[in-house]
Design a binder for this molecule. Sequence first.
Ligand SMILES: C[S@@+](CC[C@H](N)C(=O)[O-])C[C@H]1O[C@@H](n2cnc3c(N)ncnc32)[C@H](O)[C@@H]1O
Length: 691
Amino acid sequence: MGVGRRMKKQGPPGLLDESLITKKRKVSAAAPPEPETANGRNKKRRTSGEGLGVKKPGNKNREGKPKGGNDRKEKKKGPAANPPKAKAAKPTPANRQKAVKEPLPAVSDEEDNFAGSDLGSDAIDDPDVMEEEIGGVNVTGLDALGSASEAEDDEFDDFDSDVADSDTRERRGMWSEDEDDEDAQEKLTAANIEGLTRKLDLEQAQEEADAQAELEELQTNITGDRPKILGDEDEDEESRPLAPDLQLLRSRINDTIRVLDDFAKLAEEGRSRAEYTAQLLKDICAYYGYSEFLAEKLLNLFSPREAFAFFEANETPRPLVIRTNTLRTHRRELAQILINRGVTLEPVGKWSKVGLQIFESQVPLGATPEYLAGHYILQAASSFLPVMALAPQENERVLDMAAAPGGKTTHIAALMRNTGCVFANDANKERSKGLIGNIHRMGVKNTIVCNYSALEFPRVMGGFDRVLLDAPCSGTGVISKDQSVKTNKTELDFIKLPHLQKQLLLAAIDSVDHSSKTGGYIVYSTCSVTVEENEQVVHYALMKRPNVKLVSTGLVFGKEGFTRHMGKVFHPSLKETRRYYPHTYNVDGFFVAKFKKVAPTKAGAVHADSSVKASTTDEVPVDRTPILEEGKEEEDDFAGFDEEEDAKIIERAKRASLRRKGKDPRALGRKGKKSEKSEKSEKAEKAEKAK
Ligand SMILES: C[S@@+](CC[C@H](N)C(=O)[O-])C[C@H]1O[C@@H](n2cnc3c(N)ncnc32)[C@H](O)[C@@H]1O
């Protein structure tokens, strides 16, 4: 049982990062969000997770002092050291959880988002699992990503400004969409003020705790001890207790990280870095409940200290966020109504004009009249990002390749103001029903739902102005929502999934019209943080399709993608891609890459066996990119409804199919010729008769 589970049993987790909000508020509202240092994160965490009954990083234990003594000492410290507890009269995470944990509608548009992937439980199909999250409201502020007190333009504004909100605009208050409505704004703020005040109280308490923690750490560092962490070589493994001592584990994780941070000074004589790293890996697996395979993969993405922050963040839920459906309403109107219903909320930050972060709610957010009328959708904040990067324009033709249950499709349609045409495709029929439901509920009228394996594109249809591939993935970015990811991912998953993702991405590229007057873009996203599913997939596509290049995502925050990792070197333009982590931005882990297609795909670049059926859970994915006619390299790769060409492709597919079955494909040719002949003689007969 992982710590997450344990926490569920023992009560809700502590605050994720309240101080992040406070700190960000101190900097200029116009300043772009900056990632928190892993160090800073750790300090904050020291004050949370009390329900665990374990020590937090930086406590006195890591100095080798008796644990029990430290516990007592900490209790004595009182409110400053443990703000959430000290503020008992204030709303606690448990209160908040209770407030929003109301029954949800039986059929939720977005529920069961992890089910039914083509890759079954191996692939995470939807990071927007917000319905399930309602019980886990976290007061952490997404406004850490930008000030909440930013000018709010009408959500129907030109999209570019949605992506990169102008910093030069005057600040007009939290909700105002124009300068004449200060009264309305005052009312709204007053209604919401109670909840926000409580939040600020918590922030203050958190700050005090941080200061205390910093002091402690300073004291620890002054002592400059060399903690005894590693066991002796001749130590008997079997003599160790079976059940891990969580307190000890956590303390040792802290100490190990401290040693790895300052190896020369703190490591024991004759011990190597590798030994400490191995110990850390073991302890992380035992403490958080990861398989060693996955923990190592994740550990390798970060410095030890940052990895710890990442693993910690996976133990707490991300903030609950809703996206305003601008086809139906405006964010301020929606906020007003929800506040009147007893919801405490705030804009997610200046990076989005449509997101609202929910702090508490007296009503079930998945069953309000506004929800049922499609005024909003429960959607993880990071799920806004791929669509913002895609930046669909009015009157374009857009393909959403893996669309169910439609969080991003409905966002795309809203940005296009219901003009043009969106093709929302998903290989999973069951999930497509949820997609259709969301499309109807949210008043989307420019979208056609289809049910193909996306590997079939562009043979199904091509020539799109923009394509979004929000690919099925392992879900290592959303572990806080699905703790099973910690143990159910195997080496094979990280072979099969990237293989499928690569083929899907090639299909996405081949489905775009490079000569589109307004677009020619492809966005690839996953809710995973592994390099195999992200940089490696993008790098593969760049190698296979020299007719695309990576361009800026236009997103105002996010960490650069890797250009090298564990000895692998990727194309330098990978720095244009963006990574999102729960511990840096308090959003789900995500990856976003944006390509521009600059030329048609050369026919020679595409080789596939199109006879194989769409991928299913058990199949090892195979290359199913479309077959283009050889000798037509210079032509556009638009794959519309060219009957003659389609007939040839089908013929080739049939031959390939026969070959695969061990049959002679020439039989098909003979049959084909025969039928051609008989067709001719039939025509001749008819002509005779007509005479
Ligand atoms: C990450 S989810 C998509 C979430 C969706 N974009 C949203 O925002 O609501 C991935 C989706 O890919 C679908 N999928 C898996 N394999 C596919 C394939 N070969 N072709 C098309 N869709 C596929 C799954 O059914 C799943 O709905």
